[in-house]
Ligand binder design. Structure first.
Ligand SMILES: Nc1ncnc2c1ncn2[C@@H]1O[C@H](COP(=O)(O)OP(=O)(O)O)[C@@H](O)[C@H]1O
Ligand SMILES: C[C@@](O)(CCOP(=O)(O)O)CC(=O)O
Ligand SMILES: [Mg+2]
Length: 378
């Protein structure tokens, strides 16, 4: 049997980091996907005693005998149930880390370790000790703020849940999941994201699972109906960084300066709420006025992200360049490098700014905002 699933990356329009501390944030799915193909062999087939993970575009393949997995992880102590998502305990995570180490991931790609651990946790929790080959490809840049970690967890979980659900429907092409399955998918994906992010807010997996545009606060999801066109230029600084480390850094700063940081988080909360209201507003005020407000909110949000300590020289360079062209920008995702968003108000011709950004070594692209969430193809 073969199941395919895909899940999108995202941009955070306002509220990253503060959302981890209970503030509101606004995020939208983008049309760049991570794809998962899950092949379950017939019982009589060769290779039916192995679990293989093929990261196709990275050119790496990992394989474990099921006997080795069973030996390393004591599942007897766990009440495995695909319908009740559970967190990976410290002890199990250590056992999984040993299985990952045994694969000798090349030093230059060691950042994949947390993704491979997430794979082993989600696979064994949902499917158990059954053989399979899982092939993964992604259109998203890794570790750049566009939510590759969440897209990976969501797409993988969608494939795993679909293959283990006998009631799945068969149809042509990509189809979305129903509400009940989406909720379950989102909960499992959150557990996967925890292994990669440490302390995720849940916004990335939620927008990847549900798609569209959402307002998110402490797990509460509001789906937003945008009443205005929104065009964003995405600039990848190509400076690598790690979300877990950046999130930890902000928490440490918050522990050192609780009052000051709480004011910062409150300000971000107001910015996100105002942004969501503008996007949804059916008021007759012109798009130009709305875009002016969004521009200012993005500038304020960036200032606050800087005060959280998550900006970077490369991000500042992008901002200075776009400011010269009278455009507003903010980092998106965890910062520390990664991607920057620049609002392109109606009628903006971005050729010149893009040329200048590219000449500084950055990568620029636009993506369609607010599209599909997780989808499956059986
Ligand atoms: N296709 C993938 N295969 C394996 N691991 C992945 C994949 N996509 C993402 N990851 C994991 O997610 C990590 C990047 O996540 P993160 O630092 O949160 O940045 P972002 O989510 O913005 O891309 C990678 O280091 C890797 O562990
Ligand atoms: C910084 C944060 O708000 C978003 C991180 O996004 P990304 O992994 O950088 O794409 C963390 C979170 O919400 O879990
Ligand atoms: Mg991430």
């Amino acid at each position: 049997m073969e199941v395919k699933a895909r899940a999108p990356g995202k941009i955070i329009l306002a509220g990253e980091h503060a959302v981890v501390h209970g503030s509101t944030a606004v995020a939208a799915a983008i049309d760049l996907y991570t794809y998962v193909t899950l092949r379950l062999p017939l019982q009589s087939a060769e290779n039916n005693d192995k679990l293989t993970l093929h990261l196709k575009d990275i050119g790496l393949e990992f394989s474990w005998s099921l006997a080795r997995i069973k030996e390393a992880i004591s599942y007897e102590s766990r009440n495995l149930c695909r319908s009740t998502p559970a967190s990976c305990s410290e002890e199990t995570l250590k056992s999984i880390a040993i299985l990952v180490e045994e694969q000798n991931i090349p030093e230059a790609k060691i950042w994949l370790s947390s993704g491979v651990s997430t794979f082993l946790w989600l696979y064994t929790s949902i499917i158990g000790f059954n053989p399979a080959t899982v092939i993964i490809t992604s259109e998203l840049p890794y570790g750049s703020g566009l939510g590759s970690s969440a897209a990976f967890s969501v797409a993988l979980t969608a494939a795993l849940l679909t293959s283990s659900n006998p009631n799945k429907t068969r149809g042509d092409g990509w189809s979305s999941l129903d509400e009940t399955n989406l909720e379950l998918l989102n909960k499992w994906a959150f557990e996967g994201e925890k292994i990669i992010h440490g302390k995720p807010s849940g916004i990335d997996n939620t927008v990847s699972a549900y798609g569209n545009m959402i307002k998110f606060c402490s797990g509460e999801i509001t789906r937003l109906q945008s009443n205005m066109p929104l065009r964003m230029l995405i600039t990848n600084t190509r400076v690598g960084r790690n979300t877990k480390a950046l999130v930890t850094g902000v928490s440490e700063r918050a522990a050192r300066h609780p009052n000051a940081m709480s004011s910062v988080f409150n300000a971000v909360d107001s910015i996100s709420k105002e942004l969501a209201a503008i996007i949804q507003s059916k008021d007759t005020i012109s798009f130009t006025e709305k875009e002016e407000s969004i521009k200012e909110l993005m500038e304020m949000n960036q200032g606050l992200l800087q005060s959280m300590g998550v900006s970077h020289n490369s991000i500042e360079t992008v901002i200075q360049t776009t400011t010269k062209h009278k455009l507003a920008s903010k980092l998106t995702g965890a910062g520390g490098g990664g991607c920057v968003l620049t609002l392109l108000p109606t009628g903006t011709v971005a050729d010149k700014v893009v040329e200048e950004l590219k000449s500084s070594g950055f990568q620029c692209f636009t993506a369609s905002i607010g599209g599909n969430g997780a989808q499956i193809c059986v």
